[in-house]
Design a protein around this ligand. Sequence first.
Ligand SMILES: N[C@@H](CCC(=O)N[C@@H](CS)C(=O)NCC(=O)O)C(=O)O
Length: 207
Amino acid sequence: MTDDLTLYYAPATRAIRVLWMLEEVGQSYRLEMVDIWKGEQKTPAYRAINPAGKVPALRHGTCAMAESAAICAYLADRFPAAGLAPAIDTPERGRYLQWMFYAGGSVEPAIMSHVKKWDVPAFHAAWGDYDSMVDVITDALGRGPYVMGERFCAADVILGSIVHYAVKFDMLPRRPELTGYVDRLETRPALRRAVRIEREHVKRMKR
Ligand SMILES: N[C@@H](CCC(=O)N[C@@H](CS)C(=O)NCC(=O)O)C(=O)O
């Protein structure tokens, strides 16, 4: 497999998670713009990369894949020198995977259910309920500095992106545990670079 990395990207979308992750990994990569406002994500050619017809997606040599959390987990494993995931044979690996999956599987839908006022019984909803989810992440992030403790990892890219966005747009309460986490993430050079790249693309989009 060649080492070519291509991120299928659209500005101001969840693709920034993978853009940030690629900046953390430090390998060279290429951005392939997908104009989701023109429907390019629904073409058969793009669906061959992501059958769900959404961004982001990644191509790495002959591997094509989608889902931001899965992509970040993949990149962390494929580029272990970046130190973005606990090794497979360590006890930390279990908790790390828990946060990777909890972020997309419970935090995101709980926020959406809250914003959209969905009435789903917590007992049956995969995400439980919004207030309990907020307590869970407040407790984990309050211990910090990162979700796994001292060491920043790919789970912080995924959970951090969600918390960052949701705090900024008042979808999560401005508890000090959450705002402190967001502040810490914002000092990361890789996130700053990703935000700068994103801003350039947003500007171009508006022209
Ligand atoms: N679960 C996916 C969600 C991806 C997603 O929702 N992408 C949105 C942009 S933020 C998208 O492509 N929307 C266009 C569409 O659905 O046609 C992930 O985490 O990668």
